[in-house]
Design a protein. Sequence first.
Length: 130
Amino acid sequence: MGITIINNTDMIKKGFKTAIKKALTEAGGKAENKAKHLVPVDRGILRANITFQVDIKNDKVQMGVLKTTKDGKFLKYAPYVEFGTGLQAESGKGANIPGQKPQPYLRPALKEVQKEMPEILAKHLKGLGK
C-alpha cells in the first residue's frame, strides 16, 4: 500500500485563468454599460462605439472607444469629451479658446466598477480546486 501523489497544478492554473477571464469580462461589461449611461449623447455615435477587450495574457481589461466607425475612422473627439478642450480643458493646458467643459464618462465608470472588483473576482474564484 503506497501513497499516490496527483499533481493537479495544470488543472488549477487552467481553472484560475478561466475564472480571471470571466471576472474581467464581467467587470468590462459593467464598466461599458456604466460609461454608455454617463456619456453625453448628440447623435449616439460615441456611445455606440464604447467597448472593452479582455487581454487574458496580461490579466487586464482595456476599455474605451476601441472600435472605429463604419468608414474605419477612429472617433478622434472622444478624449475631448472626457477631458474638455481649450480654456476649460481639465489639464488647464488647452488652447486659448473658450472650449468645452470636460464631461467624464470613462473614468467614473471604471472607478465605480473598480470598487466592485473584489466581489466580482471572489464570485468567479469561488469553488476553484474543488
